[in-house]
Design a protein around this ligand. Sequence first.
Ligand code: SF4
Length: 378
Amino acid sequence: METVLGLYLHIPFCSAICNYCNFNRGLFDTALKTRYVAALEQEIRTEGERRGAPNADTLYFGGGTPSLLSADEVARLVRACLESFRVCDDAEITLEANPESVSAAQLAALREAGVTRLSFGVQSFLDEELVRLSRLHTADRVRRAVREARAAGFDNISLDLMMWLPGQTVEAWMTSVDEALALAPEHLSMYMLEVYPNAPLKDLMARAVWSQAPDDDVAEMYEQALDRVGAAGYRQYEISNVARPGRASRHNMKYWSDGAWLGFGCGAHSTFDGCRWKNLSGTGEYIEAIGAGASTRVDVQELSADRRLGDALFTGLRVTEGVDIAALGRRYNTDVWARYGHELERYVDAGLLHVQPHRWTLTRPGMLLAHEVMSVFV
Ligand code: SF4
């Protein structure tokens, strides 16, 4: 079967650094951004040529804050992809956007530049929660940004929400879910906040005596949200993602369905041709390496069939339709049940994993404890 790639472009700039953020990003700097976009274009063109312009059907601008690029810069990078890879006509081209960093004119220009899908980092519709997260936007700004995006012609909009925020109650969380539904997005992502040990938010929580809700409440947040969005016509297709029919993220599905992708830019990951690697993380060192014609790759791993099988199960179980064990067995020439069955029996007995002859799926309780089940495949 011919591989159809996803292309990921990392944009590592933000207007301010949020107090919980653990992504590869830094503060926006116009001169650095200009040099970075040139380096990114060069990497895309070099890689496309080196690999003989493979097929691709998704482009994804992730960050950081990709909406800090000008529409001209986005157009330039889209063009570089279209000229260096065989990108299908109906490619999904997603750009992550922060609500405060877009304007009506810019959104219209982004649509013109070929962007087909916007993913807004909303997190909450309660201003008090947004302040706690040190986000720069307000709930009103989100509503305006979505209206402006619709006016610009975007018919595929995703909103990111976060549950388990410090001090958040089940009721407050459901207010955000309802506010998101009121904007009728095509897609919703609902993540749980993870407070990293060195995150400034952790200190702030200690000083302000904010804590995250107990486990039972967060399970309730998850369950209620899935029920509410389900009743509104959205289908859950992955642990944290729901969409209107036909609007699942084609790009992200590559990560969860044993697909292949090339990542461009600092810190971007790639998985292609049985190999996995990561680019240099630092923005400056990445630009320098590209300028010098040197490799940007670190952590290059040739993946054995056993490792690829484990990874395919690890990511594939995130998807609600689960994994086709027979197909994976054929692909990796392994009896999958014989390889993993004895380690999984306890999760089947605990009602976390549903095993049919050809398909394994996580149950809803299993989705909340997915990290436990998936530890088997690491
Ligand atoms: S906008 Fe996103 S990437 Fe940037 S600092 Fe905030 S959470 Fe991190």
